[in-house]
Design a protein around this ligand. Sequence first.
Ligand code: ADP
Ligand code: MG
Length: 673
Amino acid sequence: MEPQRSPLLEVKGNIQLKTSLTKTSSRLPLPGSRIKRGASQMEDALEPEKKRSRGLGAANKIVTTRPRVPPLTTVSQIQGQATAQKVPKKTGPRSSTAVPSVLKNQKPVPVVPAQKSGTSAAPPMVAGKKPGKRPAWDLKGQLCDLNAELKRCRERSHTLDQENQQLRDQLRDAQQQAQALGTERRTLEEELTRVRAQAEQGQQELGNLSARVLELEERLGTQEGLVQKLQKEQLEWQEERRGLTSQLEEQERRLQASEAALSSSRAEVTSLQQEVAAQATLLEEREERLHGLEMERRRLHNQLQELKGNIRVFCRVRPVLPGEPTPTPGFLLFPPGPGGSADLPTHLSLFRSDERRATLSGAPAPTNRHDFSFDRVFPPGSGQDEVFEEIAMLVQSALDGYPVCIFAYGQTGSGKTYTMEGGPGGDPQLEGMIPRALRHLFSVAQELGCQGWTYSFVASYVEIYNETVRDLLATGARKGQGGECEIRRAGPGSEELTVTNARYVPVSCEKEVEALLQLARQNRAVARTAQNERSSRSHSVFQLQISGEHASRGLQCGAPLSLVDLAGSERLDPGLGLGPGEKERLRETQAINSSLSTLGLVIMALSNKESHVPYRNSKLTYLLQNSLGGSAKMLMFVNISPLEENASETLNSLRFASKVNQCVIGTAQANRK
Ligand code: ADP
Ligand code: MG
């Protein structure tokens, strides 16, 4: 039911209230321009209030309380509430559709107390009905009503202004809240972004950690394998340790047993030491005696050598070689000595038919017998060992400090080289005097070592050809040619002689000696290609310097051992004519003859005790100076051919040897210091 319109509405257009209200409410930003309404609408809005006030019987009572808008209520919320409170009925085209809730919640507009009935201005009231219109004539009453109405409107306007102000305040609060909330939202959004970034980072880290975990798990697997292996090894070690421990225990047991044995042995040792001391004294005495005996042996040995003669001559006849003519039986005879066949041969008889006398007389050629006797005669077939046996004692004299010199004299092809160096093929049975002599010296020196003697040996090997000296041990560039060597005294005032440019090689065993002999053979072979059979035209001198020392007794001895393979002693047949190459040969022969005759002269001079011994007349005698003479022992092999065709040369050699054999050189003196 449409409420009854107030009479005030009748004069609405006459007053400016509407304008002022519109102006006031237009400043509000709220939608719908809810404040724009007419006085009648306000009246309508006030009507229930008024009714309530009346209903309560407290018309003058102004309800001032209203619910406060919660501080965080947003504008939209406010708007929402306002929309919900819309009044469905439109009251006019320019009025708002509803009064916002905020307005409802505002303090109720103070109601102007109605004028009491009974006053003159008030129109007469019908019970339950609005007062009726004043009569037209009651202008005063109407004016009074209008004034009252105006007054109410003004009050209402004032109230609305207040409400408007409140709403603005609320709006400002709401805006501030909205701003604060916006700020807060931004902060929260930033925080959210940060948290998301953190979350992403966390995710990434999680991924990394997962990978790491996987890796560690893998490693753990490997480590577990390793641990298992180590455990296995540990078990093995433990097993081994147990084994070792048991071994150790066993060893300890043995040690204890050994210690027990040791202590008993110690006692034994003590007694043995005493015995040893006694033995040492005895040994010392014996050594002393032995030394005395050794010296005695040397003296007797020397005496024996002297008795045998300081110069001895051995004759050696080589066998007939395959392809050579067999000599007439009885050409050479070896008659037994005074002792019969048991005696070793010392005699030799050569039977030679005197063709010259036979031709002259016409009778059958008489046979001439030539007898010779030497210290020993070795018929063909005598072995190298047999020969050496005879010279071993002589060689040994060199260790006692006596110079020893052994020659091989004879025509070419008579067996000199065979005797001195040995037979072909390196057969030990065929070894000559040089390797045998050195082996013997090394072995005796070793034996004497037990008596306190120490020996050293230095070897040299030279060749004298046409009065020039050449080193047979030369190696490298000088091999085969050998720069010229000179014989010089070892030092000023020294008796010792040395060969310049020649090698002096220390030797201590047979192998070293064999190597030197091999080298000499090579050197001679090279020379042979240059000059035919030069080796037979030259003297080969192997010398061994022996030095012995008995340190504890302060004894020293030293002497040279010389082993000489002389040049062929054959002479040139003066009846032969000299060809172009023969001149050189003649010169060689003269040199050989000269040196060999010088050797003979030196021996003679020594034998005759002449004041001058012509050592210097040949290189050979000069080089051998210290190996000949007073204190030296000499041995000459005269090598002869078994062939009849060589009878003449054989006779020459035998005659030369006989002369030497007749020489007696003074008592040999050992070179002792
Ligand atoms: P030389 O040195 O005096 O010229 P060799 O020693 O060269 O003589 O000997 C000449 C040849 O006779 C060589 O073939 C050698 O082997 C041989 N010969 C020498 N003496 C003997 C011997 N006692 N037994 C066997 N053969 C020998
Ligand atoms: Mg020879």
